[in-house]
Write a protein that binds this ligand. Sequence first.
Ligand code: TTP
Ligand code: MG
Length: 393
Amino acid sequence: MKERKIIHVDMDAFYAAVEQRDNPALRGKPVIVGGDPRGRGVVSTASYEARRYGVRSAMPLREAYRLCPHGIFLKVNMHKYREVSAQINRIFQEYTPLVETISLDEAFLDVTGSTVIFGEAEEIGWRIKQRIKKEIGLTASVGVAGNKFLAKLASDLQKPDGFVVIRPEKVEEILHPLPVSRLWGVGKKTEEKLLSLGIKTIGDLARLPEPLLQQHFGFQGKELARLARGIDERLVEPSREAKSIGREVTFPLDIWETEVLEATLLELAESVGWRAREAGVRGRTVTLKLRYADFQTVTRSRTLNSPTALDNEIYAVGKKLFQEVYRPGQKVRLLGLTLSQLNRQKEQLSIFCAQQEREEKVARALDDIRSRFGSRAITRARLLNFRENKEKS
Ligand code: TTP
Ligand code: MG
């Protein structure tokens, strides 16, 4: 399986941190969210200050009160946490349409297709962490790795306010000393059974022959053996289908040369096409956005007969729309292209598929070269080609 770039984000002491953000008097104090300490409820979460007293999620509030009588007990304000969660989610969506929300404060992002635009996965992870801090006023712990299991493990390694990247060459070094309980699917029972076999660490497990594990744990043994080696092929399953994939550029200087504007459209189309193919979707509607130097903004859309994820098809439509709306000679400050009405490629079964699939294969081969040699290698050649053709015609 192609290596993927996965980011896992988990907010620190989420509900408590939101309360501390909104009321400075609570900062640095033991805050326990859950409700009345004399009531029968349980702790939803506690600030790190309260955790020092042993207060934990799911603990009865009365027990939390016993451990931390001077703690500040607050009611759960679900409405507020949902709102904050949606804001965080909007930041994620800017970097990839492949966002799997696990809970209000936790998500996986597959950014494999985003690296050409936004830089390496770790840069994206770092930027997301900084934006959550700056724009939302909360700290997140972020993990970056080649699969979901490792990314989640990474986000937890330096909690709170953590940032950990697990590179392939470091997997063993990081994984092996950890207790087996850190593996997905290892609950109390499995842990006890492993311990009784003398297997304490993930390294102990990785050294065992797989058949032996299968003998003791059946199907789960196979899975354990894979996880212990840092292998996990679970895909990020977007919780909410992306509604669109768009890309826009603001020029450093206003542009009015049609050739440059059209060449920019080609780059935008390539970028949108790439992201769609990486996300495994095709779209039916192409939208052009054009902003003139005086900020007057025009958008125009066209819907295709069949959905596409091909650069040249997106470009052809974008160019047509551009020619329809652009007033030659006028200075332009921004150009954008968006592909919308997306659906999953596998759901598309029709007679055009054969041709479409052949073309997508070619596009994917190019994607592969791009990912190995950098996006510029091909884009440049194509733009040159494009310019030559323009000169000939
Ligand atoms: P967690 O991410 O498990 O915990 P957390 O964000 O409070 O702390 P950290 O990640 O730094 O360890 O859960 C996220 C939120 O979900 C948490 O703020 C409150 C809620 N929650 C409950 O309501 N009950 C629970 O038992 C747990 C574990 C969480
Ligand atoms: Mg959390």
